[in-house]
Design a protein. Sequence first.
Length: 312
Amino acid sequence: KKHLLSIDDLSVDDIGALFETAAEMHDVQRRAVKKLPALRGRTVINLFFEDSTRTRSSFEIAGKWLSADVINISAKGSSASKGESLRDTVLTVTAMGIDGLVMRHSASGAAHQVAGWLDIPVINAGDGMHEHPTQALLDAYTLQRKLGSLEGRKIAIVGDLTHSRVFRSGVKILTKLGADVTVVAPPTLMPSGIASWSKDAGFATSYDVDSVLPEADAVMMLRVQKERMSGGYFPTAREYTVGYGLTRDRLALLKPDAPILHPGPMNRGLEIAADAADAAQSVVLDQVSSGVAIRMSVLYHLLAGPNEGEAK
Ligand code: CP
């Protein structure tokens, strides 16, 4: 039984195989082929304890285009809101006889915990401030389709690093694929312990976005996660935009063909100006589209083929 909990679970060869399968899924995305039968008879539950637009709907589309039955459960409207524990919730839904669980939870490590309780594949769709591995896969896949090999390419990740699982998974996959990554944040949103992590993992850190952007072959802007800043956030919104936002003026610092990524949802006017979000070099919607292909690929790799005990 395999899970996808962290980018640490994947070798460079695994990532290559996932990208290869994702590329094969584009015929389905173009609707030239309506559905593939790979997961016929399989049931996948999307169990979301945190809100989502992109991840949940793309996992649902991905499962359905592979002919799986997909059930969505969100914490709001489930018995979790009556106080049912995470363990009881996942044991209850899996007792119904499902084949795979896609889970998002606000607690870092929740997906790892759940994987230890279950004997079906678990896919981490975001756990707190820890990891979001399918986001990292779709970001790297989008970049590779735009830039070719990422070996030696300079990629800037800019924003609220402290609260970002997109950053934590993203920096892992991009360095694994040989990219030269610099992460940029104001001092108050730079994670503690990043000095030793960046040294060990081989990426750079900076507080100065204006010196990083002109060199970048691509820039990934991150969302300011107000919902994870219970004590208010500093810098203020205005200071953040002036110091770190991808404003119209900063857009002019970028190479004209450097892709601009943002995982969404975007705070337009805070970390990214409309001029940048909607620029010709923005690949925000390519990321969404790649997300379906990547999630089809992940579901295929983890769930296709005979189950244990099934006739081959
Ligand atoms: N990027 C991302 O995870 O978006 P959602 O929260 O809408 O799923």
